[in-house]
Design a protein around this ligand. Structure first.
Ligand code: PGA
Length: 261
């Protein structure tokens, strides 16, 4: 694992955006895995800014999002499709037909999960997959106790996640109880995983992910098995790590030049 500890959330999210940009700028047919959530808003803001500065195009890029709520239509303002359009796709030259999210309104959700996984494989897998981290250690909607060998499937959202995401559902808009999510093995199959976590509220999940046992009680701990995982965290999220001085020594200022994982 490359553990990059930077001063604040602004720097962390800008760094993550730059990694995505470099993949898009340097691959003939880039395939990105994308995440949603509050932390990612700033990653996409930086990516759009970098795009506007010119020099690269998303015209050959394909994307696969980690997850989507079950029961929300694409055009529902709380769907992850709406989130992605509103925060990224509307501002870049990507072909919308090359952007993929699981269809949470499919009449056959089991088949939908299988065919999502198939589509990722048909494009030869993800070059880089962006990940957020839940306060409970989830990645995608792989909640604690998820199989570390799982592929895309239907999951019930944990009570912690319902509490954390309730704010995105207002009025009569009830929060769904289930989602389709890439599995942990789907995530581990990406050629590069880039996880971004910021703020004190993530510090205990960050500690479990990096320094805890590999265990389904913290699904993100499975990233310890990945050969090419980069974790970008700010000082607040890093605040409870036991070996913070070592990580800062290896990558001073979140510098990742030349060093391996
Ligand atoms: P957040 O969500 O960025 O809104 O904290 C992260 C996640 O749950 O994956």
């Amino acid at each position: 694992m490359k553990i990059l500890i930077v001063e604040n959330a602004e720097i962390a999210t800008e760094k993550a955006a730059k990694i995505l940009k470099d993949v898009v700028a340097n691959s003939p047919n880039p395939v990105l895995g994308l995440a949603t959530g509050g932390t990612m808003l700033n990653v996409y803001k930086h990516l759009v800014k970098q795009y506007e500065q010119g020099g690269f195009s998303f015209s050959n890029t394909s994307t696969f999002n980690l997850d989507e709520y079950i029961g929300l239509k694409e055009q529902d303002p709380s769907s992850y499709r709406s989130y992605m359009n509103k925060n990224l796709f509307d501002y870049i030259d990507i072909k919308i037909t090359n952007t993929h999210l699981p269809n949470g309104t499919s009449t056959d959700l089991y088949e939908e999960a299988i065919s999502y996984e198939k589509k990722i494989n048909e494009l030869n897998g993800m070059d880089v997959l962006l990940l957020g981290l839940g306060k409970n250690g989830h990645i995608g909607f792989n909640e604690p106790s998820s199989s570390l060998g799982s592929y895309t499937r239907i999951k019930r959202l944990s009570q912690d996640t319902c509490k954390a995401n309730k704010k995105y559902f207002t009025g009569n808009n009830k929060m769904p109880t289930h989602a389709i999510t890439m599995g942990i093995q789907t995530i581990l199959d990406a050629r590069h995983c880039v996880l971004v976590a910021t703020g004190t509220e993530k510090s205990s999940a960050v500690r479990d992910m990096i320094e805890g046992a590999i265990a389904s009680r913290c699904p993100a701990s499975a990233l310890q098995l990945h050969r090419n995982a980069t974790v970008i965290i700010d000082k607040k999220a890093a605040s409870t790590l036991s070996y913070i001085d070592d990580y800062l020594y290896i990558h001073p200022d979140g510098d990742d030049v030349l060093l391996s994982h």
